[in-house]
Structure formats: C-alpha cells, structure tokens
Design a binder for this molecule. Structure first.
Ligand code: MN
Length: 201
C-alpha cells in the first residue's frame, strides 16, 4: 500500500474508464468538515457513513443504517477512504465494477468533533486521535440526522467491531424510523429506483 496516497486503495479497486465515480484529487478542506451518508444498493443494501478527516472521507458501511434511537447499536464496518469529491456522488456503478449498484446521497451536512470540545485538556482529541483511540464522537448537522453520534470500536484484532450509536441528547428520537420515513435522496429527492432509471435511459 502506498502510504503517501491515502486514496491508493480506493483507486486500485476501480476502473475510472468504466465507473462514473470520481477519481479524487487532493482538494483542500472546506471550512467545516462534512459528513455524508450514501445509501448503496449493492449486493446487499447498506448505508455508507463518511466523515471528512484530513482531506479524505473516512468510511464505514452500516448494513442496517443509522438510527435515531440511543438504545440501538448499529454495526459499522470500516471501508477504504474515499475522495472528498465523493460527497455528492449519486448514480450507478456499472455491473462488474467494484461496488456495482445504485448510490444515493441519503444525508449530507457538517459535523463538529465533540472530543475536541472537552474542558479537560487531557481528554481532548482531534479526529485522527479519536479514530486511533477507537472512539469518535461527533455532532451531526445534517438534513436528516442531527445531534450526537458515537462510533465506537469494541474488541481487538480480528474481533474488532465498530458500532454506530445515537447519543442521548435532545435530538434523540427513540420512536422514529428515519430510514422508513425519509427514504429519498437529500440532494435530488429521487428514490433508488429513480436514480437507477435516470442513468439507464
Ligand atoms: Mn457501499
């Protein structure tokens, strides 16, 4: 693996002459870091949760998607870093290509690193430290998801698992099924089916 290029793995998995996904350059960071959640109808439907950290999108595949209920823990499987330009990618990855299937921008917004805001300077962590530490705490300001979310690594080695959990705060909504209630693209209002049809026409 090329350690100089954080997107080496991302690029090695894709043939950019065949997929409409962005190849990714080295674009500068925006003022506030962004997050995006892409609903991805690949061999298994899942939600890709991505956080902008140091110029790339750190990514986890969440098979059951995010929840607004703090008592619900959702498995989040780390995947390769994606290019920042991927944040507004919506379309169809062709058959035979890596991740083949329809991609929707399900939610989009900015986030704050809650661990950087701790009063105790010993407890303060930047996002990279939080990742290495296995505990990421962010306040999402999305169109759909809002409030505190924690990504936590449990176990170690081969048994390591990440979980995505809504924090207990005023934005928690234990009774709500946001995936059912708001299934469409935040960017275009389209359903997965409409995205796939608009490309295949
Ligand atoms: Mn995916």
């Amino acid at each position: 693996m090329d350690e100089e290029d954080p997107l080496a793995e991302y690029r090695s998995k894709r043939d950019f002459s065949k997929t409409p996904e962005p190849e990714g350059g080295r674009s500068g960071s925006l003022e506030k870091p962004i997050f995006v959640i892409q609903k991805h109808d690949a061999s298994n439907l899942h939600y890709d949760f991505r956080l902008e950290i140091e110029g790339v999108l750190k990514s986890w595949a969440v098979p059951k998607g995010p929840s607004t209920d703090p008592s619900t823990k959702r498995l989040a499987v780390p995947t390769e870093d994606h290019a920042l330009e991927y944040r507004d990618f919506e379309g169809v990855i062709p058959e035979g290509e890596y991740g083949a299937g329809t991609v929707m921008v399900w939610d989009y917004g900015t986030y704050r690193n809650l661990r950087a805001e701790k009063r105790d300077s010993e407890a303060r962590k930047d996002m990279t430290e939080s990742l290495n530490d296995g505990k990421v705490e962010v306040w999402l300001e999305g169109n759909k998801l809002e409030g505190g979310y924690v990504l936590i690594r449990t176990g170690s080695g081969e048994n390591a698992r990440w979980l995505l959990i809504k924090m207990k705060d005023e934005k928690a909504e234990p009774e709500r099924d946001i995936l059912e209630e708001e299934p469409a693209s935040v960017m275009t209002g389209k359903s997965l089916e409409e995205i796939s049809q608009s490309v295949n026409q």
